[in-house]
Ligand binder design. Structure first.
Ligand code: SER
Length: 318
């Protein structure tokens, strides 16, 4: 059977670059982008697009049938900071969308499914350094609760119905093409934009708040790698810990200063500080490395250089 891939939430931060990469690998017509809104010009012009509401089972099912879809990546979600403002909506979106695709997979309409989890599944009682794969998980945000519940449901559907679902716990993802929206780790993207545009940044996390982070290129390569791995190598069917680097606002600012010496950072924390403090500072991702050969390529220096160059070029073109 030919591969036919549907990305739900294709216009978001990760969905956009995932769609572009999958189109490069498998051909533009093999990858259907879908979302409730249109995305960037680059995304919209790169291949087929359909309006899909992840909360509506029939809306997904129709597209699966039209395009004879075999694989689905469900990238639609409400993230941690927005989720605290709209707890009911966050729960509804994050859970209903997952149940829709899990049930479609159970019914045989999807052969392989990717669903992202997050470091937000951990909470204040979790060991903070080198957080193990299996540990105490008592998340305090609605987003984290929905991701933890989702992980349990993924494993349940695999064990009970044989659904081939694969998942990773993304750390904060840093990218330049599409902005993140509503996350606690978003500061680490905004800081690069502000550094280039106005030379300063007011951080909503304090200077010592260390969080696990990853550059988009690595996040995309992990996502595709776990989906391409042989099923028997995916030994964890809840979600894999995944890591690349950890840094604080003070450390990322110091790195930016090596490229832009005039850059200045200030700190003014808000409700997101508390969320960040409930999460791990670093992650043990040895299981992903052992089971399906995960490797990261970007550290803070390489990422900063790439971010600043790419954003500089992007602003030049405008
Ligand atoms: N980047 C996400 C957030 O901040 C974590 O998964 O909500």
């Amino acid at each position: 059977m030919n591969k036919s891939i549907l990305i739900i939430g294709a216009c978001g931060q990760i969905g956009t670059e995932l769609t572009l990469k999958l189109r490069e690998l498998y051909g533009k017509n093999a990858v259907i982008a879908s979302d409730i809104r249109e995305g960037s010009d680059e995304l919209m012009q790169s291949g087929p697009f359909e309006f899909v509401n992840a909360m509506e089972y029939d809306s997904i099912k129709n597209v699966l049938e039209t395009y004879k879809v075999t694989e689905v990546y469900l990238m639609a979600a409400m993230l941690s900071a927005t989720g605290e403002k709209f707890p009911d909506k966050a729960w509804e979106l994050n859970m209903n969308s997952l149940f829709n695709v899990l049930n479609l997979a159970k019914e045989g309409a999807i052969k392989k499914l990717f669903w992202p989890s997050s470091i937000a599944v951990f909470g204040p009682t979790t060991p903070k350094e080198n957080t193990p794969q299996e540990t105490v998980m008592e998340p305090t945000t609605v987003y984290g609760i929905s991701k933890l519940a989702g992980e349990r449901w993924c494993e349940y559907y695999f064990n009970k119905y044989g659904v081939d679902v694969r998942s990773i716990r993304y750390p904060g993802i840093i990218s330049w093409k599409t902005n993140p929206g509503g996350g606690t780790t978003d500061y680490a993207v905004e800081i690069y934009h502000n550094a280039l545009l106005i030379g300063k940044y007011n951080s909503f996390l304090n200077k010592n708040t260390k969080l696990p982070m990853m550059y988009m290129d690595d996040a995309i390569s992990a996502t595709i790698k776990i989906m391409e791995a042989k099923s028997e190598n995916i030994k964890i069917r809840s979600s894999y810990n995944l890591a690349a680097m950890s840094f604080t606002p003070e450390e990322i600012a110091a790195e930016i200063k090596t490229f832009l010496p005039e850059f200045e950072i200030s700190y003014n924390t808000d409700f997101r500080q508390r969320i960040a403090e409930s999460w791990p500072r670093s992650i043990d991702d040895s299981r992903a490395r052992e089971d399906w050969g995960w490797k990261h390529h970007f550290d803070l220096k390489k990422m900063s250089e790439n971010m600043l160059n790419s954003l500089h070029n992007k602003y030049e073109e405008l």
